[in-house]
Design a protein around this ligand. Structure first.
Ligand code: GAR
Length: 210
């Protein structure tokens, strides 16, 4: 059995690359059926023609469809095109990795979708989560992986971890520790969400150096 997944991104694409390197075409055991199951990243999709992640997909030899959202009159029209594209690749699960577009219920009701967010949700939703966590009164930031629903950065948490602040650390230092945690947490969370257990030789853990 093979699970068909797509990764959506908008920019740098380091999480996308990490997921492909960690999970693509790896074989796992399904924890319910005990059957062998491989995870196939059949497609990546990007809404930003200038995203560096597009170059990464070429180097990784994974198909990348670029759909500039500005070409569509409404969010619904854009989501309809994404749905049609994803269906043409028989995608079962959608993985968001820095995809910075709000999805309509049309999309979220069509595909089981997973997102990573660089804060300890429900704290610091939105596009500036790392900065907001850094300057907030709490002594920690974090990373959360969750199922996507129609609410921005809402949906059931799959896995999340706090990252304690280090006194006098720069924003850049904090940000790079957040990303390092993302590279470890996201592959683990996807396996948990899909009920997949690693097999002995499966390099499912991240190298953590994007
Ligand atoms: C990541 O930090 C991800 O958590 C964040 O965008 C960054 C993308 O980096 N996503 C969000 O803020 C979603 N609300 P990447 O393109 O290098 O993976």
């Amino acid at each position: 059995m093979q699970i068909q997944c797509a990764i959506l991104f908008s920019g740098n694409g380091s999480n996308m690359q990490n997921l492909i390197e960690s999970l693509h075409n790896q074989t796992f055991t399904h924890s319910h059926t005990h059957k062998e199951c491989s995870l196939h990243i059949a497609l990546t999709l990007c809404n930003n023609p200038n995203a560096y992640g597009i170059t990464r997909t070429k180097n990784l030899h994974i198909p990348c469809v670029v759909l500039p959202h500005r070409d569509y009159d409404s969010r619904e029209d854009f989501d309809k095109q994404m749905i049609a594209t994803l269906r043409s690749y028989k995608i079962e699960y959608v993985i968001l990795a820095g995809f910075m577009r709000i999805l309509t219920p049309l999309f979220t009701n069509t595909f089981r979708t997973i997102n990573i967010h660089p804060s300890f949700l429900p704290e610091h939703k939105g596009a500036n989560a790392i900065k907001d966590s850094f300057y907030a009164s709490q002594s920690y930031g974090g990373v959360s992986v969750h199922w996507v629903n129609e609410e921005l950065d809402g949906g059931e948490i799959i896995l999340q971890e706090k990252l304690e602040n280090i006194p006098n650390e720069s924003l850049e230092g904090f940000e790079s520790r957040i990303h390092a945690l993302e590279y470890i947490l996201y592959p683990k969370a996807i396996l948990k969400a899909l009920h997949l257990l690693p097999q002995e030789s499966s390099p499912h853990t991240s190298k953590g150096c994007k």
